[in-house]
Design a protein around this ligand. Structure first.
Ligand code: PLP
Length: 394
């Protein structure tokens, strides 16, 4: 890590936020904008979760909590992890974080430095690369290919590892592609990592429950052989429609062989944010332990919309879109339209009133693609598809 002001000049952006700002400005100027740009559920946080936060405030939970999070919230994460992965983790390895991003930041900060290589998916969530560059490490893109269903290829990933590699970032189900890496491929990757004990792994599993067509998510937690070098990122933002609450969790190793990573991230929390706000932590418990009907409804809605989006996109001239198996994104290939993706995305916003993101905002392999978030109503998705169609016919 270069502690210089120049390091800050290497920090990138998440263009989805810039597109959101532009879409909001256009909407405020009276334009009718359909927003398929931002990656957040269009549902409200379920009422019983909101009530839990209100109750916590009324009950006087206004102070600091432990930097690692309330024990009760960490224990809720332990229960949830057991349900979704079958793996029993200890609350002593769970950090409650202000969202998913701080885990990314902490993990990349721990391993990144000049002379170090960090492997990250391309196309992938843009913050990975941005944070790697901040630390002065070399970002090494792992190609995520359409012909591979936008899954990680174990062989291609392992071939990129060198003695300089310190961290591998894995993300499935994935943003921006909706790709889900099959279990067999993850097993192969884990087996291959055996030969590279110097490589730690950050597994971003924030979309873990969002899989479709019978596809299932494989958590890297299910492989004990890598547990002492594995950090798992997860959180409340997507699953319970809680993006604005800033609630995430992560699971860190803490044995001497891991370098006591959990102690390190706890110290970082003490130095940076003290703790996540207390009422949100109570809401987080209610989210995990309460009824999951709203989550089920949201997932069913995403699944319906996914089919509508894919069918609609494939009917557009020059578009082809594989059916995403996870998250809430479609990543159509638009090469045959002959339009560069970023310019295309911006023309669609300015001239057709449809906000979406150009693939290059997610990496060099994103050229030729657009990302549509289908976290919007069926009606709006259909209107957006019509608008894109008439834009193309102009
Ligand atoms: N990881 C991935 C893959 C994401 O897509 C996102 C949000 O878009 C995050 C992490 C960050 O989540 P949070 O809003 O909880 O920081």
């Amino acid at each position: 890590m270069l502690q210089t002001i120049e390091a800050f000049d290497r920090i990138g952006e998440e263009n989805a936020f810039a597109v959101l700002a532009r879409a909001t400005a256009l909407a405020q100027s009276g334009k009718d904008i359909i927003n398929l740009g931002i990656g957040q559920p269009d549902f409200s946080t379920p009422a019983h979760i909101v009530e839990a936060a209100i109750k916590a405030l009324r009950d006087g939970h206004h102070g600091y909590t432990p930097a690692t999070g309330l024990l009760a919230t960490r224990e809720a994460v332990v229960r949830r992890t057991l349900t979704t992965t079958g793996v029993e983790v200890s609350p002593e390895n769970v950090m409650i974080m202000p969202g998913g991003k701080p885990t990314m930041f902490a993990a990349i900060l721990m391993f990144g430095a000049p002379g170090v290589d960090i492997l990250y998916p391309d196309p992938g969530f843009p913050i990975y690369r941005s944070m790697i560059e901040f630390t002065g490490a070399r970002p090494v893109p792992v190609p995520i290919r359409e012909e591979n269903g936008f899954a990680f290829s174990a062989d291609e990933t392992l071939a990129l590892i060198t003695p300089a590699t310190r961290l591998l970032i894995v993300n499935s189900p994935a943003n921006p592609t909706g790709g889900v890496t099959p279990r067999a491929e993850i097993e192969k990757l884990v087996r291959g990592l055996d030969a590279h004990p110097h490589v730690a792994i950050l597994s971003d599993e924030i979309y873990d429950v969002m899989t479709y067509d019978g596809e299932t998510h494989t958590s890297l937690l299910q492989f004990p052989e890598i547990r002492d070098r594995l950090i798992v990122l997860n959180g409340w933002s997507k699953t319970w429609a809680m993006t604005g609450w800033r609630m995430g969790w992560s699971i860190w190793p803490n044995g001497p062989e891991s370098g006591h990573l959990y102690d390190k991230v706890r110290k970082l929390a003490v130095n940076c944010w003290s703790c996540v706000n207390a009422p949100s932590q109570f809401a987080g418990i209610a989210a995990i332990d309460g009824p999951q009907d709203d989550v089920e409804k949201m997932l069913a809605a995403f699944d319906r919309r996914r089919r509508i989006v894919v069918e609609g996109l494939n009917a557009l001239p020059g578009f082809s879109c594989i059916t995403p198996k996870g998250a809430f994104y479609a990543f159509p290939n638009v090469r045959d339209t002959g339009r560069p993706a970023k310019a295309f995305a911006s023309a669609l916003l300015e001239d057709a009133g449809v906000a979406l993101i150009g693939g290059p905002d997610f990496g060099v392999l994103g050229e030729g693609y657009l990302r549509l978030s289908y976290a919007n109503s069926e009606e709006n998705i259909l209107r957006a598809l019509e608008r894109i169609e008439s834009f193309l016919a102009r």
